[in-house]
Design a protein around this ligand. Structure first.
Ligand code: G1P
Ligand code: ZN
Length: 544
């Protein structure tokens, strides 16, 4: 196998702290660029000879080309076998499932998650370890360091394309390429966790669902599970064909980007239940008829109803939520008398807790929910969890949410995103907030009195590692909260997120619109951060 020594290998400039490399497609297409990062992964993880790797992606533009390169490099780097999804397709949760089920030496997932795809869109690559989860920070930092000094990479000298569209094994040098069905192992895992018979009965009883795959990776998974295995009518799954550019859309399941589904669920003759997933299938949005379930509430409701679901009826070890996620889940954990962990943003922080058996369920306000069945968040899993609850309770989505709030109180919640603002402006807002910690402490702001303000830091209870600077928190005496955080995933300018939360125990107020109920906190947030003055923006780009 030839070893290519390159005089100048472009430097991938991975954002430190992130789980992989995410860039514009044209950046990835520079000569040797992808190869640099892949070789840096292989050099860092030092797989034993003949190791097995999982490989697949969300089908976005450049997915197939990248898979050809990675297969040839895996062969030249001594891997014994690669399990690759047919057509190069694997959702992120399915890849995690395969890594665990076949005990492989991890896997490479090609995706830029919910970022737009196509020749002008984004592409991404990350390595997941043998537990099925994103590589920990020490590994991603080592890959990053390697990518800056790398001088050569190894690639099999094979001109022909490797067949990805027919199931079965073929040889690439000494390595076996096994093209596998991307859906069946995952669907089997879902069937082992949820009461498919009860959901089938619900659907055959006239309960109507609509799942929007947003022309991304979950289309084939949703068809197999909802239509083939659960008997839903074929038109229950919309935008089911994965397209390299996601049909020009932005495959992010939120109220702004999944507007086609939102219009259906808020329209006349709306179905009973709606859901959507993102580019690579790890996010979820849950809707009822004329009703939106916030991801924070969804986590809490899933936890409170887990005893109705076969895979979880033996009880939950604990719950974990990211810091900006509302404390609704904490109230359920307290009632169940189980621990609730508050972690920094990003799924990787949940992995240690799950591996140590400390938590069963995890969630983030950013439409990510999951459990210890894999080590990624899982969009279709969350949808099936809701369908299982609905099948067991035979109530509407709205009734289930209202009853939950009546029992636990309502954590009114919203996130305001200011996307694509200049980096300097974003940094100056964060700096100002830090400078104000002293004066804010104990201050009375409108109806709210500040109890504490800080920059969130986290000590991992399993390995003791410390993560600092995870977001500015302003907590108020009544349990309300404002959080400011800079996004770590955007590829264009900076994105500033403001997370707003108010606790409302009074059932008589539970009908209020979230923006209305949070108006006081919203104006405090704008005032203390001078966000409008410093960014020149007078409204957020996305409100969730
Ligand atoms: C966003 C979400 C975060 C999620 C991440 C990856 O990151 O906010 O919860 O884990 O995407 O899906 P952010 O852009 O805020 O850094
Ligand atoms: Zn995703």
């Amino acid at each position: 196998m030839p070893v290519y020594t390159i005089a100048t290998i472009p430097f991938p400039d991975q954002k430190p702290g992130t789980s992989g490399l995410r860039k514009r497609v044209q950046v990835f297409r520079q000569p040797h660029y992808l190869e640099n990062f892949v070789q840096s992964i292989f050099d860092t993880i030092a797989a034993p000879p003949d190791a097995t790797l999982v490989l697949g992606g969300d089908g976005r533009y450049y997915n197939r080309e990248a898979i050809q390169v990675i297969l040839k490099m895996a062969s030249a780097n001594g891997f014994g076998r690669v399990l690759v999804g047919k057509g190069g397709i694997l959702s992120t949760p399915a890849a995690s499932c395969l890594i665990r089920k076949y005990r492989t030496f991890g896997g490479i997932i090609l995706s830029a998650s919910h970022n737009p795809g196509g020749p002008g869109g984004d592409f991404g690559i990350k390595y997941n370890t043998a537990n099925g989860g994103p590589a920990p920070e020490r590994t991603t930092e080592a890959i990053y360091a390697a990518s800056k000094t790398i001088m050569q990479y190894r690639i099999a000298d094979v001109a022909s394309e490797i067949e990805l569209d027919a199931l079965g094994d073929s040889k690439l040098g000494d390595m076996t390429v096994s093209v596998i069905d991307p859906v069946s192992d995952y669907a089997e895992l879902m069937e082992s966790l949820f009461d498919f018979a009860a959901i089938r009965a619900l659907l055959s009883n006239g309960f109507r669902i609509r799942f929007d795959a947003m022309h991304a990776v979950t289309g084939p998974y949703a068809r197999e599970i909802f239509v083939n295995r659960l008997g839903a009518p074929a038109d229950s799954v919309i935008n089911a064909e994965p397209l390299p550019d996601f049909g020009g859309g932005h495959p992010d399941p939120n109220l702004t980007y999944a507007h086609e589904l939102v219009d259906i669920l808020y329209g006349d003759n709306a179905p009973d239940f709606g859901a959507a997933s993102d580019g690579d299938g790890d996010r979820n949005m849950i809707l009822g008829r004329h009703f939106f379930v916030t991801p924070s509430d969804s986590l809490a409701i899933i936890a409170a109803n887990a005893h109705l679901v076969p895979g979880y009826k033996q009880g939950l070890a604990g719950i974990a939520r990211s810091m900006p996620t509302s404390a609704a889940a904490d109230r359920v954990a307290a009632a169940l008398n189980i621990p609730c962990y508050e972690t920094p943003t990003g799924w990787k922080f949940f992995g240690n807790l799950m591996d140590a058996g400390k938590v069963t369920l995890c969630g983030e306000e950013s439409f990510g929910t999951g459990s210890d069945h894999i080590r990624e968040k899982d969009g279709l899993w969350a949808v099936l969890f809701w369908l299982n609850i609905l099948a067991a309770r035979r109530q509407s989505v709205e009734t289930i949410v209202r009853e939950h709030r009546a029992r636990f109180g309502r954590n009114v919640y919203s996130r305001h995103d200011y996307e694509g603002i200049p980096g300097d402006a974003a940094n100056s807002v964060m700096k100002l907030l830090h400078e104000r910690f002293g004066e804010l402490q104990g201050a009375q702001l409108g109806n709210y009195k500040v109890l504490f303000c800080d920059d969130f830091s986290y000590t991992d209870p399993v390995d003791g590692s410390v993560s600092i600077g995870q977001g500015v928190r302003i907590g108020f005496t009544d349990g309300s909260r404002i959080v400011f955080r800079l996004s770590g995933t955007g590829t264009e300018g900076a994105t500033l997120r403001i997370y707003l939360e108010a606790f409302e125990p009074d059932v008589a107020q539970h009908h209020l619109d979230a923006q209305e109920a949070l108006a006081g906190l919203i104006s405090i947030a704008l005032e203390i951060s001078e966000l409008r003055q410093r960014t020149g923006r007078d409204r957020p780009t996305v409100i969730t």
